[in-house]
Design a protein around this ligand. Structure first.
Ligand code: SF4
Length: 297
């Protein structure tokens, strides 16, 4: 019997032979969609923390951040090895030598088993891909691309500020270098139908991505999305709607593609809607119960 889906935990155990915990680090970068290079104000759903609200505070020394982050997770995780997760803002948006300095520190830290770099597909010039490829030969590197949707109208609405062709190029180059490529999609974006979401999932699967992160749309305080929500311009998904949609997405993802995430976390103090998503345990129980009904597909 096939597993319902290929989870990140399962993948990590197979590849590394042990559980790993992600340490959310902050390289102190910004984003071209915030500083005016590509856009201003950022994607409409993005918090002032650059979608890295659980990250360590930015500071010069990555080794210090690693030690601080380890202390934070000690009560939850007793293992020895971790993934250095560069999550906040755009983590390849800096001169390549600066990136080398930061990522090398992480790669060379003995407790780090792998590095994960969240970025935009339009921030991967060839020299950065070459650096990631070099690091990937030392320890596994995951590159996480914030795609969110393949639909141009939605991309404009959310102020993503790069075309789909940038995603196609990034995936092609990363795959050529054998770099593990993980794609973020948001479920429940304003104006998107179920079929539009499924089209995005099919596209990502066909593009050759190694992993997918499925994320519920969170409305966070202080964002443009929050204004739209309060103006009644769209509605958020209910737990039932989200679960139904998630099941349809998972059914399209073959068992060789790792599903890194099924919901996503929002900091409770920033969450405006949907409030049901704050009860993560209940959400995961509901989702997993539905997914178990797919067993044997
Ligand atoms: S690209 Fe990422 S960091 Fe930049 S505004 Fe969009 S979500 Fe935020």
């Amino acid at each position: 019997m096939f597993p319902v889906y290929y989870s990140f935990n399962e993948y990590v155990l197979e590849r590394f032979g042990e559980k790993l915990y992600k340490l959310s680090l902050n390289a102190g970068f910004t984003c071209p969609n915030r500083d005016g290079t590509k856009g201003k104000g950022g994607c409409i759903f993005c918090s002032t923390g650059g979608s890295g609200d659980f990250s360590e505070a930015p500071c010069e020394d990555i080794d210090v951040q690693i030690e601080n982050a380890k202390k934070q997770v000690r009560s939850k995780f007793s293992g020895e090895h971790f993934i250095a997760y560069f999550q906040a803002f755009t983590n390849t948006y800096a001169p390549v030598e600066r990136l080398r300095e930061i990522f090398c520190k992480a790669v060379n830290n003995p407790c780090i088993a792998a590095v994960s770099v969240a970025t935009r597909p339009d921030c991967l010039p060839e020299e950065v891909i070459a650096l990631l490829s070099e690091l990937n030969r030392i320890k596994p590197v995951f590159v996480e691309l914030g795609l969110q949707t393949i639909h141009e109208n939605t991309a404009q609405l959310i102020n993503r500020c790069y075309p789909l062709s940038d995603y196609d190029r990034a995936v092609r180059l990363l795959k050529q270098e054998g770099i593990n490529t993980v794609v973020h999609l948001i479920l429940g974006l304003p104006g998107e139908t179920v079929e539009m979401v499924l089209q995005s999932v099919r596209y990502v699967v066909a593009s050759g991505a190694d992993g997918i992160k499925l994320q519920l749309l969170h409305v966070l305080k202080g964002t443009k999305l929050e204004q739209m929500y309060r103006n009644g311009e769209f509605e958020v998904l209910s737990l039932e709607e989200y679960t139904d949609l998630l099941v349809k997405c998972v059914e399209l993802i073959p068992n060789n593609i790792v599903i890194h995430r099924l919901t996503g976390d929002a900091p409770k103090k920033l969450l405006t809607a949907p409030l049901w998503s704050a009860d993560k345990k209940h959400v995961l129980n509901t989702v997993n119960a539905r997914l178990r009904s797919l067993d044997g597909r």
